[in-house]
Design a protein around this ligand. Structure first.
Ligand code: FE2
Length: 145
């Protein structure tokens, strides 16, 4: 009945057993060329464009779901809200009481990239999570080196 979708807990052993976060199959769309420092808003003018593989998948969670605080990705990511309403939140520590930014994601909204380039094909992310306020579908946009 999942038609290729999967509960994230099936992929990550440490994922909270009671969090209903589901991922669709991922599609490889093609390639994009961008200067990672421009993508991350650390530089205005593109100097060193780089080719990335573009991968897309959808996420789904019911309303009032904490989609898990994390800070590691081996790719550049942003998200677009497709259905419902959620928030992209940042934290000083892996602790929801240390929240310092709460970006509302209405339908059609894409949040700005928020990682920094920390080395060659290395990205530093703050602690962050998506929070589904209502039943939500959102699109993950991943640029893989
Ligand atoms: Fe993330």
């Amino acid at each position: 009945m999942f038609r290729g979708w999967d509960w994230l807990g099936n992929r990550i052993k440490s994922f909270p057993r009671d969090t209903p976060l589901f991922i669709s199959p991922q599609d490889e769309i093609g390639t994009v060329s961008t200067d990672p420092l421009v993508f991350t808003n650390e530089r205005a003018a593109p100097g060193s464009p780089q080719t990335f593989t573009l991968k897309l998948n959808l996420w789904w969670s019911p309303g009032d779901t904490d989609c898990f605080i994390h800070n590691e990705h081996r790719f550049l990511e942003t998200h677009t809200q497709i259905h419902g309403s959620g928030r992209m939140q940042k934290f000083r520590l892996r602790d929801e009481t240390t929240i310092y930014e709460d970006v509302v994601m209405p339908v059609g909204y894409s949040h700005d990239p928020f990682c920094r380039v920390s080395g060659k094909n290395e990205w530093a992310y703050p602690w962050h999570r998506y929070y589904a306020d209502t039943d939500s579908v959102w699109l993950a946009i991943e640029l893989h080196p």
